[in-house]
Design a binder for this molecule. Structure first.
Ligand SMILES: Nc1ncnc2c1ncn2[C@@H]1O[C@H](COP(=O)(O)OP(=O)(O)O)[C@@H](O)[C@H]1O
Ligand SMILES: [Mg+2]
Length: 351
């Protein structure tokens, strides 16, 4: 049988390109060569695609790769993708990567891809829309509000008063569409609010402001299995910083993670498993997703961050939870490709 050519797309245009490089490299390393032929596709910050030779995949940073593209890689136009790959493994994260943009492009070219479709990816990126949907579904979400950039510039005094009145301190500010904790601040003193708003507004024109949650953070990968979403396992997170920051997420040994959970009681863990599946379905996710949230001191479960993609580095939640279920990284990679092919076959119009 012909091997399926799998284009692994990584790098990209977002703030999470380095995270994506780690994901892409690990997917490439773990892909089953007996059934698949991996085609490493690097997306430059400008959005152009290149087919990389293996030496370039092992580079440390996207800048190291970018510098060598012209001499060592092969440029490929979007419209030629179909000639070189049979399916796309999307290892991009963040804007233009897991927000519906690349998904739309692949739909136009009739190329199957991993992860959910255009709408669910876009929803998966927008923390305000997600909360509205989850709230309507009856799931627990934090109390929140949005502040538009123009509103903040015109009337910061009024906005400050409204936020403090509504949430008190601490409160949490974040760009409505980002990831990896970029632009997120826990504001403990009123005098830090302006800097926190500025930090979030660097990344988006809308800031999501939330009540501060005091509790235990969790993360749950949900995988479609015979068309039914099922949680892989559950991880409890004990950040070493004030919250689960970029460094906690990606610097080796910075954060303590427990799979299965250490302090979350069994009945609460069961409730989380039910809720993450409900969230997955309500948001229209397909293939896989990662649903994150908090267990509060009073036992309530809140969903704070549903993601339509997830980091795929060796130490990621994905592979940690898979390992707990006895699945090797290569098995997960194969499974995601298999699901992507099945979903594509059943499509009636764009996903
Ligand atoms: N309402 C909140 N209360 C307390 N901590 C929060 C809250 N929202 C986010 N955090 C902390 O900030 C981190 C990043 O926020 P999150 O909403 O998950 O955004 P991202 O998409 O960047 O991961 C979380 O993992 C958590 O540690
Ligand atoms: Mg998060």
């Amino acid at each position: 049988m012909e091997k399926l050519r799998v284009g692994i797309i990584f790098g990209g245009m977002s703030s999470e390109k380095e995270v994506s490089l780690n994901s892409g490299r690990n997917v490439y390393d773990n892909m089953d060569r007996e059934h698949f032929e991996p085609v490493p596709l690097f997306m430059e910050p400008s959005g152009r695609l290149w087919i990389l030779p293996w030496q370039l995949i092992s580079q440390n940073t996207t800048t190291d790769i970018s510098e060598r593209l012209a001499t060592e890689a092969e440029r490929i136009a979007y419209e030629d993708l179909k000639k070189r790959i049979d399916v796309a493994f999307i290892a991009l994260h963040g804007k233009y990567g897991d927000d519906g943009c690349i998904q739309g492009l692949l739909e136009l070219m009739n190329i199957p891809y991993t992860g959910p479709g255009i709408l669910a990816s876009a929803i998966g990126m927008d923390k305000d829309i997600q909360q509205k949907i989850l709230r309507a579904e009856g799931l627990g979400v934090p109390r929140s509000t949005v502040v538009e950039e123009g509103q903040w510039r015109r009337d910061s005094d009024g906005v400050r008063k409204r936020l403090i009145g509504e949430f008190g301190l601490p409160l949490v500010t974040k760009p409505v569409r980002e990831g990896s904790s970029i632009g997120v601040t826990v504001v403990r003193r009123l005098e830090d609010l302006d800097a926190a708003m500025a930090s979030a507004l660097e990344w988006d024109r809308t800031v999501l402001v939330e009540e501060f949650l005091d509790g235990t953070e969790f993360s749950s990968i949900v995988l479609e299995d015979e068309g039914e979403p099922r949680p892989l396992s559950l991880t409890e997170i004990h950040p070493q910083s004030e919250f689960f920051t970029y460094d906690d997420k990606y610097m080796p040994g910075r954060c303590r993670k427990f799979t299965p959970p250490k302090t979350i009681p069994k009945d609460v863990a069961e409730k989380i498993k039910v809720d993450v599946v409900r969230a997955f379905k309500a948001l229209g996710f397909r293939c896989y997703g990662r649903i994150d949230g908090f267990v509060l001191k009073d036992g309530r479960v809140l969903i704070t961050d549903p993601n339509s993609s997830s980091g795929m580095a060796p130490s990621s939640f994905f592979f940690e939870q898979a390992a707990e279920q006895g699945m090797l990284p290569g098995m997960i990679v194969s499974k995601l490709i298999e699901i992507a092919m099945k979903i594509h076959k059943e499509k009636k119009g764009p996903l």
